[in-house]
Design a protein around this ligand. Structure first.
Ligand SMILES: [Fe+2]
Length: 388
């Protein structure tokens, strides 16, 4: 979780009257909404609304968003090229699920239009990686600007509209569990440790409120598993005068990751950025390569016997891979070793640094491919280690 934060007007103690005293709409109180995680057991925020957040005038089914999973009878490596995926939908409806299990849905999104209705994901914390684009995430916590290569972490049940200035190209990670800073990066006092690959200064939450006073019907589309429900609220939900706590959306830019390098090759855990139950997210950021005079500067062949390993290639040239391009995915599943492509060990011998940027997702349950993923599949990839 990011550090405790407070914005706007809050009373001196929790759960006491926060009086309006002639401000908005005359005298009365602001209405408290407590956003909790893990029941009431872990991080929470307390938000103060002008009107009760519980006022709803209509509830209706909106749509279903079925996952079209194609069972695979052959276990093999996959290379999925998503760079030419056509634009479609908006930043929510345009999401194309690619790899899925009970813990995570990994999607690509190249929206063709702006997000019209407010959206809330009831089933997942979201990490939206902005491959290309910039804009603002609008929530009741205040506007949150973002830019290319930001991870935008959006806690579940956050109502939002994501607005882009120009085109957008996104990688979307929906986590069934809670997305957290890896606990090994935290000292016993809860602060990011000296030596962790980022610090609190690199996590950016909202810095101001944008109070919206509209007592008119406002639809919010809520995602619950594979179903969408449209709630029509009696007012705009961003009628917030203040909040405090540790549950709020924040950004972290992949180029702010501080790579840990060494005399010899460092294993993927040094790249870990976030984690959630069932998977980790890692950032392969530009970095100096290993300094031992005989260091082999590309990863050794390895079998992750308990993991499926996904890499999403953002930019730069990958020393260990041939044939991948920007927006490629590689999926290296459990049970089969993978490693550097032929010729890459020799080619990297005199290289001092790499400009590669990639996002990695390692899952502990097998990943399933969707119909849309198979449309991007490079069928020759499993044999790409044998041609040199
Ligand atoms: Fe690997």
């Amino acid at each position: 979780m990011p550090a405790y934060k407070q914005l706007g007007s809050i009373p001196p103690k929790r759960h006491i009257a926060h009086r309006r005293e002639g401000g908005h709409k005359g005298e009365g109180i602001y209405y408290e909404e407590v956003v909790t995680t893990a029941g009431f057991g872990r991080a929470y925020s307390i938000v103060y609304h002008l009107r009760p957040p519980t006022r709803v005038t209509k509830v209706e089914a909106a749509a279903s968003v079925p996952l079209e999973i194609v069972p695979q009878t052959v276990l093999r490596h996959h290379h999925l090229r998503s760079g030419k995926m056509p634009k479609s939908g908006d930043p929510i409806s345009g999401r194309v699920p690619v790899l899925v299990n009970d813990d995570v849905i990994l999607s690509r999104c190249r929206p063709a239009q702006a997000q019209d209705e407010l959206f809330r994901n009831a089933s997942a914390d979201e990490i939206v990686f902005v491959h290309h684009g910039k804009g603002t995430l609008h929530t009741m916590f205040g506007p949150l600007p973002f830019r290319a290569c930001d991870y935008i972490v959006i806690p579940r049940t956050t109502t939002y509209r994501i607005v882009f200035e120009g085109d957008a190209d996104l990688l979307v990670i929906e986590a069934a569990g809670t997305v957290r800073v890896p606990p090994q990066y935290l000292n016993p006092d809860g602060q990011l440790r000296m030596g962790a690959p980022y610090s609190e200064r690199d996590l950016h939450g909202p810095t101001q409120l944008h109070f919206i006073d509209k007592a008119e019907p406002t639809p919010v589309v809520i995602k619950d598993g594979q179903h969408l429900t449209r709630y029509v609220l009696g007012q705009h939900p961003f009628d917030v005068v203040g909040w405090d706590g540790m549950v709020y959306p924040f950004t972290f830019n992949a180029d702010d990751f501080e790579p840990i390098t060494g005399k010899i090759h460092q294993p993927p855990p040094v790249h870990q950025t976030f984690e959630a139950p069932g998977f980790v997210v890692c950032t392969f950021a530009p970095r100096m390569l290993d300094t031992h005079p005989d260091a082999i500067k590309v990863p050794y062949a390895h079998s992750n016997v308990h993991s499926d390993e996904v890499l999403y290639y953002v930019r730069g040239k990958f020393g260990s891979r041939r044939g991948v391009e920007e927006s490629s995915f590689t999926l290296h599943p459990r049970g089969i070793p993978h490693g550097p492509h032929p010729g890459t060990i020799v080619a990297s011998r005199d290289v001092k640094s790499t400009d590669e940027l990639a996002v990695m997702l390692d899952t502990f349950k097998p990943l399933l491919l969707t119909k849309q993923a198979l449309e991007m599949d490079d069928a020759g990839y499993p044999f790409s280690w044998s041609d040199g």
